[in-house]
Design a protein around this ligand. Sequence first.
Ligand SMILES: [Zn+2]
Length: 323
Amino acid sequence: MTHILSADIGGTTCKLGIFDKTLNIEEKWEISTNKTGEGILENIYDSFVVHMNRKNIDMENIIGMGIGVPGPIDFENGIVHGAVNLNWTGNIEVRKHMQQYFNGPIYVDNDANVATLGEKFKGAGRNESDVVCITLGTGVGGGIVSNSELIHGHNGSGAEIGHFLVDQNKRFQCNCGMKGCLETVASATGVINLVHHFYPNINMKSNIHDLIASKNVTAKDVFDAAKSGDEFSLFIIDKVAGYIAYAASVISVMTNPKYIIIGGGVSKAGDILLKFIKKHFEKMTFRPAQEDTHIEVAQLGNDAGIIGAAGLIKTYVLEKENQ
Ligand SMILES: [Zn+2]
């Protein structure tokens, strides 16, 4: 058996791939998700068959199938507890459903975890056994690989870094129902929360005053202004970075990662955000837990998901066989 099938299911498209044992991409393509509910699983299987036929690959050559889904997962049983973006409600038994078509190993995990595994194997994680990924997008997601395995916890809520309480003043409401989560101060929306909170109360000039005053300012505007030295924007980025560093610092005394990888749209701010995160991280983290720990920007972009979904088979099938 020499190939791994991989699917990264998203709200509008599903990325599919055929991988070799070392997680090199042999072929990747996309199909439309089209809100077909569970029907998407059958579409995925059909599409795999078409592409395998073209490459003369039989099902007997398949080691396993890894699937990433944007929703909360019961990892042990391969069940998704609803996925709003896919129009999936209730409990969807993804593994059981797929087993109708394929009777080899099937692993299912959430999109943040599979992206983390992708970065661990083929991206900024450099195949190290202890890696953390913090994804800053419209929300904040994350994953923790400790001793070469993803942390899931007893009910699947492990490594939900976005809901780490970092703002002790609990200034902003989170989508999860709580206040003060990392997501409320470090996502694209979080950056803007901080802008509108501080700007009226702080005596600093800003080149993006008009955008802020008209409430049209975006996270990208803030980062762009910061890069050109805008005092207020730099102040905001320093705050955002401080919160991210605090989460990274606590994770570091727990799992002591070698790489802390910052991904997602907000991470496109690049060096300037990283520089501030590192400054805070060094100040607040237990010395031995920060020694030889590197904070870096994610490398794989959109491919992190399918690489990581294939990585589930590498982690939970191939590496187990070798133990
Ligand atoms: Zn939250």
